[in-house]
Design a protein around this ligand. Structure first.
Ligand code: 5MM
Length: 340
């Protein structure tokens, strides 16, 4: 198969109607924070047990087209010895891998951050592919205030995202490009819109500069929401209108699918906001989800480290996957929250 056909097949598998992506790629410090909140120690065995449980959820492949894994998970096995990427693939869920090496402060730009991990990426991708990964993810993070992010941060992160995407495509791996404008802070929805528009404009300039085929990538942006501490919180209708306004101005129609992150929204908010966008009529791209917390939080609460709670954990994940599958078709209602 040519590299182009390989990329196309992966994009088609990921962008299936009514389906979205599960982000289960929390790095060591992040999963430790999530586990601490439910009183579980972050050992390799606990991470394996939890993530095996998620991936083995019966019926998950009906709503989840792909899963983003952390490097450690790529090498772990389920209780019966099956490799976790193989388990996902057997259920029709395409395995992917987070390839960035996390963020650090951007030198001489107080408050800004830059994502690292480009060195040796082409070689690492070969190994990830051998272990079953067909797509990758790289997350850039933008802090928001009256003066943040700086021009330097917007340009540097766009350049890194584009270089990552080009390296992935050359290796036959579909890149998910994730620019996250953070929800933290007291900024208005209008400020979030202004920052998101500037960020996306720069990201697509850089992707073009690096010859990235837009048809063979997915975008994973944040929605245009009010800062978490802002007095006025935007309604789903306002989030939908503003997010689509910004996306239409910046994201070419050649991009096949936009899979939002949840970024600190509650599971219910993330479903309602995605649904509101899909009720605004056909768009040039598929509008779906690639949620981490908004899919996993109820499942993690149900599990709390107890193997005996496995069924409840899986039921909670399946429910959020089903509701977000509905939201990706504009068919979610608040009443569905009280269904089993
Ligand atoms: C699952 O969390 C991902 C990894 O985060 P760290 O590198 O900080 O550990 C994260 O990139 C995630 O994929 C996105 O933020 C989407 O997850 P949310 O929870 O925002 O939907």
């Amino acid at each position: 198969m040519s590299t182009s056909s390989e990329l196309q097949a992966t994009v088609e598998a990921l962008a299936r109607k009514g389906m979205g992506i599960l982000a289960a790629d929390e790095s060591g410090p992040t999963i430790a924070k999530r586990f601490k909140a439910i009183g579980v120690e972050s050992t390799e065995e606990n991470r394996r047990a939890y993530r095996s449980l998620l991936l083995a959820t019966p019926g998950l492949g009906q709503y989840i087209s792909g899963v983003i894994l952390y490097e450690e998970t790529l090498g772990q096995k389920a209780d019966d010895g099956e490799a976790l990427p193989a388990l996902a693939a057997r259920l029709g869920i395409v395995p992917g891998i987070k390839v960035d090496a996390g963020k650090i402060p951007l030198a001489l730009c107080p408050g800004d951050e830059i994502t690292q991990g480009l060195d040796g990426l082409a070689q690492r991708l070969e190994g990830y592919k051998q272990r079953g990964a067909r797509f990758a993810k790289w997350r850039a993070v933008y802090n928001v205030s009256d003066r943040l992010p700086s021009r330097a941060a917007v340009e540097a992160n766009a350049e890194a995202l584009a270089r990552y995407a080009a390296i992935c495509q050359e290796a036959g791996v579909v890149p998910i490009v994730e620019p996250e404008v953070l929800i933290d802070g007291d900024h208005s929805q209008a400020r979030c819109a202004e920052v998101t528009e500037g960020v996306l404009r720069e990201v697509f300039n850089a992707l073009q500069r690096h010859h990235v085929a837009l048809e063979h990538m997915l975008l994973k942006p944040s929605m245009v929401v009010s800062g978490k501490a802002h007095a006025l919180q935007a309604t789903p209708a306002e989030v939908a209108t503003e997010t689509l306004r910004v996306l239409r101005r910046t994201v070419p129609a050649a991009v096949p699918s936009i899979n939002f992150l949840s970024g600190g929204q509650s599971p219910e908010e993330a479903s309602a906001n995605l649904d509101a966008m899909n009720r605004l009529g056909p768009q040039p791209w598929v509008l779906s989800f690639s949620y981490g917390r908004a899919l996993q939080d109820p499942a993690m609460q149900a599990w709390r480290g107890h193997a005996a709670q496995g069924d409840h954990c899986q039921a909670a994940l399946r429910k959020r996957a089903r509701l977000n599958g509905a939201a990706s078709q504009g068919a979610y209602t608040a009443a569905m929250e009280s269904e089993a």
